[in-house]
Design a protein around this ligand. Structure first.
Ligand code: HEM
Ligand SMILES: CC(=O)ONC(=O)c1ccccc1O
Length: 551
């Protein structure tokens, strides 16, 4: 069989077959040498000895609050640590991208064909003894059995970190601007823009954007209902939207993303961002009465991108990382290091972000209880209760603990699909991904789960820990202390997330300056943006205590 099936080359070495029975490892640039790139150079040995393990780093960052209070307070220290977070996380992501799901070797396709998701690890070669190369069983266990045995929630277990539904819907709303699988072509293909392009607010292309725009003072179209501003109805704004046939026309809204009619949580964020865009236009118009609609629109859009990245880093990632270290959005920290301002979305990032277990079984909005089923395609729930009450309900509703999907057949179906897509795309094992992202391989199913019964069941199905597949491994891993996820999900998600945020063009030296955003006023909107202001600047009356944690 193909001698590269056992992935003999360590530490990022590239396996090249030499005839049918031999291989060589290309250790170029790995700072390792030897047949399998297993021996560190002298300097690498020192660096490895000095660097604390990932577990230690996480423990340091989530403890010692007084230490971090000082670091957060002293700009020189805070900037030093933040620059480390940017550079260490970004260094884990290949840029330009190297692999597609169709080629376990570097191709021009991987660099130039944007319709592919990229791959952090090449697919397992077709001609290998087992699906994961040489480890595990000849056939992987039936995905539906995995879902029934491990992913179905017996009872609701809240996220131990107190995450709420506002957090869960933020994750879904934010990530669906760049997780856009082109299912018609297959799970390895996508139709998105590979980054924070706010296409979920403005539409997937110019055609949709021109329908959503009012062409008046830079603003997006809105309609007034019950004294509040909402997106226009689909019958008045013809954009591609996915609604099942029975949805009444007064419940079909025209949004930037065709699937955002699916849940009121998505509709809430879609509405808030439209309101924020129009608010920014008013501010810009005040600063620049001389500007036309196009100038106001384009500059407001850049400010919305900036606000998005600011809120994702300083509110959203801050919450999910649970760091005591205060994360900051400071593109200038990267101006003196080599940094590629380009990003390509990896399909592993997509799979890793299937956080359906966060969804609770029901939502309580001002005393009315809605199940997930009640919530489907019901944007009118937000309008009926009003934005304030709906947001209040999202803040108070606990999100689910990861790995326990709610009963909803649709999310369980999605979990099965994700497992099957990982197999179709020949994902390597969880342990191969852990090594790829600087984590030690897990040695046993008990170490993975921290639970004897789970470990035994998984061992029976998968045979050996090196034969455990990516998505199932991510979900079955015990949560890290004081964290929402297991170490694999955090340490693999982190690099994709930080690279995706900091490689945005607005972070590059030629963009990141006041004039790009209409002057100090616009630049300041980005630099003072927060989740709380996003909501409270766009709601009438008393603003709820906005947070990603239940009160
Ligand atoms: C009850 C709420 C939800 C329902 C009913 C739902 C349903 C779905 C469906 C039907 C798909 C398409 C999957 C396929 O066709 O294979 C999907 C994809 C996905 N969902 Fe959810 N979802 C929910 C909440 C969430 C949340 C809270 C997240 C958090 C991040 C999330 C993340 C994703 C991701 C990343 C994808 C892949 C998107 C793509 O690649 O096109 N979902 N979901
Ligand atoms: C500092 C840092 O990397 O935080 N990010 C993460 O851990 C992270 C993990 C998974 C998904 C999204 C993320 O943003």
């Amino acid at each position: 069989a193909n001698p590269c099936c056992s992935f003999p080359c360590q530490n990022g070495g590239v396996c090249l077959t030499q005839g049918y029975d031999n291989y060589i490892c290309d250790c170029t640039g790995t700072e390792f040498y030897g047949k399998n790139c297993e021996t560190p150079t002298f300097f690498k040995r020192i660096k490895l000895w000095l660097r604390p393990s990932s577990e230690t780093q996480h423990a340091l960052l989530t403890n010692y609050p007084w230490f971090w209070a000082v670091v957060n307070y002293v700009p020189f220290l805070s900037n030093f640590v933040m620059k480390k977070v940017y550079t260490m996380r970004s260094a884990m992501v290949d840029s330009p991208p190297t692999y597609t799901s169709d080629h376990p070797y570097i191709t021009w396709e991987a660099a130039a064909n944007l319709s592919y998701f990229t791959r952090a690890l090449p697919p397992v070669p077709q001609d290998c003894p087992t699906p994961l190369g040489v480890w595990g069983k000849q056939t992987l266990p039936d995905a539906q059995i995995i879902v029934n045995m491990f992913l179905r929630r017996e009872r609701f277990i809240p996220d131990p970190m107190g995450s709420n539904a506002l957090f869960a819907f933020f994750a879904q709303h934010f990530t669906h601007q760049f997780f856009k699988t082109d299912f018609k072509r297959g799970p390895g293909f996508q139709w998105g823009g590979h980054g924070v392009d706010v296409s979920h607010v403005y539409g997937k292309d110019k055609g949709v954007e021109n329908v959503l725009r009012s062409f008046n003072n830079g603003k997006l179209r809105v309609q007034e209902i019950n004294g509040e501003e909402w997106p226009p109805l689909l019958e008045n704004a013809d954009v591609p939207m996915t609604y099942p046939p029975l949805v009444p026309k007064e419940n079909k809204f025209a949004l930037g993303h065709k699937d955002y009619g699916l849940l009121p949580g998505l509709f809430m964020y879609a509405t808030i961002w439209v309101r924020e865009h129009n608010r920014v236009c008013d501010v810009l118009k005040g600063e620049h009465p001389e500007w036309d609609d196009e100038h106001l629109f384009q500059t407001a859009k850049l400010i919305i991108i900036g606000e998005t990245i600011k809120i994702v880093i300083e509110d959203y990632v801050q919450h999910l990382s649970n760091y005591n270290f205060k994360l900051t959005f400071k593109p200038e920290l990267l101006f003196d290091v080599p940094h590629q301002y380009q990003n390509r979305i990896a399909v592993e990032f997509n799979h890793l972000y299937h956080w359906h277990p966060l969804m609770p079984d029901s939502f309580n909005i001002s005393g009315t209880v809605y199940t997930v089923k009640d919530f489907m395609f019901r944007p009118d729930i937000v309008i009926k209760h009003g934005m304030n009450s709906f947001v209040e309900g999202m803040i108070k509703q606990r999100a689910g603990r990861m790995s326990h999907h709610n009963h909803h057949p649709l999310t369980l179906h999605v979990a099965k699909e994700t497992i099957e897509h990982g197999r179709q795309l020949k994902f390597q094992s969880l342990n191969q991904y852990r090594k790829r992202f600087g984590l030690p391989p897990i040695k046993s199913f008990l170490e993975l789960t921290g639970d004897e019964t789970l470990a035994k069941d998984l061992e029976e199905l998968y045979g050996e820990i090196d034969g455990l597949e990516f998505y199932v491994g991510l979900l079955m891993e015990k949560l890290r202390h004081k964290a929402i996820f297991g170490s694999s999900l955090i340490e693999i998600g982190g690099p994709f997330s930080v690279k995706g945020l900091m490689s945005n063009p607005i972070c590059s030296p030629k963009y990141w300056k006041p004039s790009t955003f209409g002057g100090e006023v616009g630049f300041n909107i980005i630099q003072t943006a927060s989740l709380k202001k996003l909501f409270c600047n766009n709601m009438k009356g008393n603003c709820p205590s906005v947070s990603f944690k239940v009160p």
